[in-house]
Design a protein around this ligand. Structure first.
Ligand code: SF4
Length: 380
């Protein structure tokens, strides 16, 4: 006689196809119903695999087609659910994760912002002047679209699951953050939780900060969560390094940021420097000289708005010189569009000069000499 595993619990029900037995255990298809609507299609495959493979929150197309598939492949299961409507298809409202546009889009294909406001209080901060100026504060505040931190992380997970199933986010990665420093005392907790979730889902994470203490704490937290930091964790930590501490009122000193970058790189993580705004060519060269050997990528851009402090004439020799230096150290440099715009569209071509689609994780890093590379069969 056919066996089924149907069950009801509160307003949740599960309907199954006939249960089969394989060497791995029981296998069957199932449909989950909640509040009178179908919310998931899944599969049980014994002890090793299975789970929901279509729901309104991910695999949108698959969710819509699944009911029809059951009709031909599992008619006895289809009979049980044929009159039950599908739950509303989920569309993220981009509360946490979004695709940045304009200059921010040049920096990252996908970004996450939980907070607006930043206690670093940089004098050149674009958030103070732009569309966010009305909600800007030197105290970071959770964005109004979130009820609290729990709601923020739940929303993040839901949106990320959706984009994993419906976009290229697993190739392009996720950037934190454009509207705050994500590693402040106030913001770091959510950044850690979100980064951990993203990494477990194989979404590369890039974090930009001016906090040396926050960056080291972040790496320590992740190390505890994962039982060590290993190369298969796609995390890149970037430090903004303009060299002008007096303009970055409450940020860590440049020296501390560079020291943190060196430490983090030695642990096997990717690192990048955001030299933006570039305010002085000599200072920029000093920053590059001080970080060669433990910075994988330099992103260099000009001040946006206000009087431009860089004389374009000086860039014609500066750009090849810096690019060569960076290339000789095995790193890459991305000269932002603002630089080529100042040079009437001129672009310097060199193997070390990359474009905005460059993947920092494509760099073939050596595992630090004093550590054994841990064996992991799932290593990417
Ligand atoms: S760290 Fe970034 S967000 Fe914070 S004040 Fe400085 S420029 Fe603005």
């Amino acid at each position: 006689m056919a066996t089924y595993k149907d069950w009801t619990q509160g307003d949740e029900q599960c309907f199954t196809s006939e249960v089969g037995i394989s060497p791995r255990g029981e296998y069957y298809n199932y449909v989950i119903v909640k509040g009178g609507k179908i919310v998931g299609f899944g599969e049980e495959q014994g002890n090793y695999a299975g789970g929901i493979y279509a729901s309104p929150e991910f695999s949108t197309e698959c969710f819509k087609h699944e009911k029809e598939r059951l009709k031909t492949q599992y008619p006895e299961l289809y009979e049980k659910i044929k009159d039950i409507p599908l739950a509303k298809i989920y569309k993220p409202a981009n509360k946490a994760i979004y695709r940045p546009k304009g200059k921010a889009g040049e920096y990252a294909a996908w970004a996450c912002n939980f907070y607006t406001g930043c206690s670093n209080d940089c004098q050149y901060c674009y958030c103070k002047r732009g569309v966010l100026s009305h909600v800007w504060s030197t105290t970071p505040r959770l964005k109004k679209c979130f009820k609290d931190a729990d709601d923020a992380i739940e929303t993040f997970r839901k949106e990320l699951d959706y984009y994993i199933a419906n976009s290229s986010i697993q190739n392009r990665g996720l950037f934190f953050s454009f509207t705050t420093d994500p590693l402040l005392d106030e913001t770091g907790g959510l950044t850690v939780e979100a980064a951990e979730y993203a990494i477990r889902k194989r979404v590369p994470v890039q974090i930009l900060t001016k906090r040396a203490d926050g960056a080291l704490r972040f790496v320590e937290c992740l190390s505890q969560m994962f039982g060590g930091i290993r190369p298969f964790h796609k995390i890149a930590i970037g430090f903004t390094l303009t060299g002008f501490d007096e303009l970055e009122t409450n940020a860590s000193l440049t020296e501390s940021r560079i020291h943190a970058m060196r430490t983090i790189h030695a642990l096997g993580l990717r690192t990048f420097a955001s030299i933006e705004p570039m305010l002085d060519l000599t200072m920029t060269e000093d920053i590059v000289n001080c970080t060669l050997g433990f910075c994988d990528l330099y992103k260099i851009g000009l001040l946006s708005g206000g009087k431009q402090p860089i004389d374009p004439k000086n860039l014609f020799s500066f750009i090849p010189n810096i690019t060569n230096k960076i290339g000789n150290a095995g790193a890459k440099v991305y000269w932002k569009k603002s630089v080529s715009e100042l040079l009437d569209g001129a672009v310097y071509s060199h193997p070390a000069a990359v474009d905005d689609g460059y993947d920092i994780f494509s760099i073939n890093r050596q595992w630090p000499h004093n550590r054994q590379q841990p064996f992991n069969p799932f290593m990417l």
